[in-house]
Design a protein around this ligand. Sequence first.
Ligand code: HEC
Ligand code: HEC
Ligand code: HEC
Ligand code: HEC
Ligand code: HEC
Length: 208
Amino acid sequence: MSHLRSRRRRSSRIINVTVAHRSSPSRSFGSRRSAYLAVIILFSSSGLVLTAFQEPSRPGVSTEEPEETKPQPIPFSHKIHCLLSQDCLVCHDMPSPGSSMGYPPTDKCMECHETVKADSASIKKLADYHNQNKPVPWVRIYRVPDYVYFSHKVHFKNAKIDCEVCHGPVAERDVITTEKPTTMTACMDCHKEHGAPVRCNTCHNPHP
Ligand code: HEC
Ligand code: HEC
Ligand code: HEC
Ligand code: HEC
Ligand code: HEC
């Protein structure tokens, strides 16, 4: 069984690398996925052993510009706006089927900014998007890879988990960063704690 044990040790090292990579600001799922040549899932009597081989030429660090360090096109602050409306769903209205929360349309912003600070440069930029019927190209902060199934509705409506549990104290932030992890470990820890399903196909290829 010693070969199994060493495989398990190596797999936990790879998973640690992954976690360190995720919590660092650099994130590029495309290149990171290609950094793994193969992922082999072995079943042993004691459970599931996961072995990942990393491409030797690419350490688990992305060289691309991390998305979340890009500035937002308009310096929107939750700290200012959550004082005006405490209900997150006023702006993130969870469009059907509820997998995503979505971003507010510019109509929502212009309810106030037709008049509030209408002369400021960033509000003029906002008004330009609005008048051209274009959505603001917000930089995406939280994202799980395509091969992961996630639904806000399941967590927020069914399990009644508050936004802050997964996104931190947003209402106190001027700028949103990934201050809470969305790693597999983070999902699994909470699922185990709440007795939610942990079968692999809960989150991977769940609905063939
Ligand atoms: C007045 C509208 C408004 C309200 C109210 C609001 N948000 Fe937002 N939210 C936005 C906009 C616009 C963005 C995109 C810009 C940004 O990331 O700051 C955003 C982005 C976010 C993001 C990052 C999304 C991503 O790209 O991953 C999270 C998380 C978030 N909001 C959570 C919340 C929570 C939690 C609340 C309630 C406490 C809330 N928001 C209230 C407008 C709003
Ligand atoms: C309920 C009214 C209201 C809504 C809706 C609203 N805002 Fe605001 N916004 C304000 C107020 C009030 C301020 C603070 C103005 C001040 O500093 O005097 C502000 C400030 C701002 C500023 C800073 C402007 C500057 O130059 O100081 C930006 C940028 C901004 N809002 C963007 C947005 C965006 C984008 C949306 C839509 C997602 C939005 N706001 C929705 C009321 C609102
Ligand atoms: C159980 C954890 C969890 C909870 C609770 C949660 N979120 Fe999220 N949120 C995520 C994850 C994971 C993503 C990335 C999803 C993806 O890539 O498809 C995300 C993405 C987002 C985004 C980016 C755009 C989108 O729609 O995917 C916004 C905005 C957002 N969340 C707002 C909220 C708000 C507002 C609440 C509360 C009403 C909330 N979230 C509750 C985990 C959570
Ligand atoms: C804070 C706790 C928490 C976190 C974090 C969390 N979940 Fe969940 N999740 C739950 C609970 C509780 C349920 C059961 C909901 C219900 O009762 O329907 C659930 C249900 C689900 C389901 C539906 C399962 C089914 O078949 O009914 C999926 C899929 C899922 N979560 C994926 C994820 C993913 C992917 C992540 C990480 C990005 C994640 N979850 C993070 C608590 C969490
Ligand atoms: C509760 C949700 C959830 C469950 C259950 C789950 N995963 Fe994951 N898994 C994720 C998330 C989220 C990611 C993406 C993590 C990231 O972005 O780094 C992931 C990533 C992966 C990866 C890619 C690893 C990497 O670093 O690229 C593999 C392989 C994987 N999961 C296998 C499994 C296996 C095998 C099982 C069953 C034992 C399983 N997963 C169960 C949520 C889940």
